[in-house]
Ligand binder design. Structure first.
Ligand code: HEM
Length: 312
């Protein structure tokens, strides 16, 4: 009999597969036919290498523009991983501290990679080339990275992202629309001369504002800080508090300082600095000591909050 010559483990697997497909009203046999005819998976198909390598489309002939594009793309992929970890925490049923900590450590690792690799921008391009090809990129700016804003929205209640000077006029429990209306980066992107919204900001809002409002609603009670406060804060676990602080510092001071060094390297010029492609007053906008954005304010002492972004 055929069944006797078939490995019993295989039979057991077939049985399980049959049950799995039966639940969905599917016929396993047809799927097995599909398996018979299907090609073996290859690395290049699985990783989509060709597609990936076709996504760099410089606007100019300057070779260093490749470095600029690829590094932005690498950063966006790390941002994607960070968001995936936050999402896992937010959606986890029966969340444990072990799970929370493990994901937080991953997020820290991703941000550390980004901080440590920023020299690719700072030292890895010729300034002369950069200053030329950037003129072809107007008015695009990293300011328009939606994933960066999403990381912020998923990490803390929106009130902590409201521009500091506006916080006294707004309550933490205000409507999402009002909180987003006053989010810090909307104030940053004003034209140097006229004080009007920059085109960079207008286009960004047009494309993403509704997404951000929806995300703010979705994460109102499942953002990282709120989850920490409602599940783990009462334990006062020093180890976890340190991880939280490490993440806050990486996202809001260290990454920003590494990024600022690239702006300094390329845009600082005597007697007058070079304008940013996004048109912000970048010297007053980018240094973390001015915006003083922190995800987990209560995990810092008054002195640490006062001196935010000053000692890195
Ligand atoms: C030579 C490299 C870079 C320079 C000179 C530079 C310059 C700037 C400037 C001047 C701003 C302020 C907005 C504006 O007016 O345009 C800005 C914002 C920003 N850039 Fe870059 N940038 C560089 C690389 C990057 C990279 C690789 C990323 C990764 C995605 C990035 C992400 C951002 C983000 C998220 C903001 C908004 C920061 C905030 O709102 O606090 N930048 N950048």
């Amino acid at each position: 009999m055929l069944a006797q010559s078939v490995d019993p483990i295989l039979l057991e697997q077939l049985k399980k597969l049959q049950d799995k497909y039966a639940v969905m009203g599917q016929d396993l046999s047809s799927y097995l036919d599909g398996l018979l005819y299907a090609d073996y998976l290859t690395y290049w198909d699985y990783i989509h290498v060709d597609t990936l390598l076709s996504l760099q489309n410089p606007k100019t002939q300057f070779p260093d523009e490749q470095v600029f594009i690829v590094y932005h793309q690498i950063t966006e992929l790390y941002f994607k991983l960070i968001l995936t970890e936050i999402e896992q925490i937010a959606q986890k049923k029966d969340l444990t501290k072990t799970f929370f900590e493990a994901r937080l450590k991953r997020m820290i690792r991703y941000f550390q990679q980004l901080e440590n690799s920023f020299d690719i921008m700072v030292d890895g391009m010729e300034r002369e080339q950069f200053l030329k090809f950037r003129m072809s990129l107007l008015p695009a700016s990293g300011f328009q990275s939606a994933q960066y804003r999403m990381i912020e929205i998923c990490s803390t209640p929106l009130f902590n992202l409201v521009a500091e000077e506006e916080r006294k006029n707004i309550k933490p429990e205000s409507l999402i629309d009002e909180l987003i209306e006053n989010i810090y980066w909307r104030f940053g992107a004003t034209e140097l001369a006229s004080g009007k919204k920059t085109l960079t900001l207008k286009q960004f809002e047009e494309k993403y504002l509704q997404t951000f409002i929806k995300l703010g609603q979705d994460y109102a009670s499942t953002n990282l800080y709120t989850i920490y406060l409602s599940n783990f804060a009462h334990e006062k676990d020093e180890n976890l508090m340190n991880l939280m602080r490490q993440y806050d510092l990486l996202a809001n001071v260290k990454w920003r300082m590494a990024h600022l060094r690239s702006a300094g390297k390329y845009l600082q010029k005597s007697p007058e600095d070079i304008k940013a492609t996004g048109g912000t007053n970048w010297q007053k906008y980018l240094p973390p000591r001015f915006q003083r954005i922190m995800f987990f304010p209560d995990l810092w002492s008054n002195e640490e909050r006062e001196n935010w972004g000053r000692h890195v």
